[in-house]
Design a protein around this ligand. Structure first.
Ligand code: COA
Length: 198
């Protein structure tokens, strides 16, 4: 089971688990040295793990229906589910589906306990491998204006912002007041993509 409830992110200074509104952004230099961690194994989820992944998504996004690219996608029935395992525990999950010639990453979350341990990066790399295997030319992702950690994370991994849809992000907001990361109002949907090398 995922270790931290009901928090979403982990403080990189003190290690405490925090929710969206409580989290803050901090600029650091490249001083963080590499930490030796257990290997991250990624694979397709088995049926029994689906509810564990759903719990993690529900905790992070407040719902299991994700609004993105003008549609509402249910995480309960999404066809693709990849999980990450560390030391025998599920440490993160990525849900995907096909959308035209693209693999759409519908949701991605790492258990706060294991954030900044390579889990998210491995899950995204696995999704890109699936896309290549399925002969899909692009990976697409939608996030919201407030989610600066995710925008950082994706752009660091070669994703580019292709579209901003003003006002469409409000449907993503987990908090009833419509606030997200660091209490920034959730307003807009930001669409990103990575064109896979042929
Ligand atoms: C966005 C999210 C999935 C990233 O997951 P993550 O597992 O923390 O990602 P990673 O560990 O692969 O990468 C994060 C950082 O840790 C660093 N890291 C990874 N392994 C490391 C190690 N062994 N030693 C030191 N640093 C390490 C990475 O280098 C990376 O930092 P950088 O980009 O500055 O280089 C996670 O923050 C999350 O679950 N957020 C909440 C849900 C969310 O916003 N999802 C996306 C919605 S669209």
């Amino acid at each position: 089971m995922f270790a931290a409830t009901p928090s979403v992110l982990r403080c990189s200074r003190c290690g405490r688990f925090v929710d969206w509104a409580e989290a803050r952004l901090q600029v650091i230099c490249g001083c963080r040295s590499h930490v030796d961690l257990p290997p991250v194994l990624t694979r397709d989820a088995v049926d029994a793990e689906r509810h564990i992944a759903l719990d993690l998504f529900r905790r992070d996004f407040g719902r299991t229906d994700v609004a993105a690219f003008g549609e509402v996608v249910s995480l309960e029935t999404v066809p693709g589910l990849i999980v990450a395992e560390m030391e025998g525990d599920l440490s993160g999950a990525l849900a995907w589906r096909r959308r035209g010639e693209a693999l759409h990453v519908v949701a991605l979350a790492t258990d706060p306990m294991w954030q900044r341990s390579g889990v998210g990066g491995h899950l995204l790399a696995e999704a890109e491998m699936v896309a290549r295997r399925e002969k899909l030319s692009r990976v697409i992702i939608a996030t919201t204006n407030d989610n600066l950690p995710a925008l950082y994370f994706y752009q660091r991994r070669g994703y580019r912002i292709t579209e901003v849809v003003p006002g469409a992000g409000a449907r993503h907001a987990a908090a009833p007041a419509g606030t997200g990361f660091a209490e920034i109002p959730v307003m807009d949907e930001l669409r990103l993509e990575k064109v896979l090398p042929t």
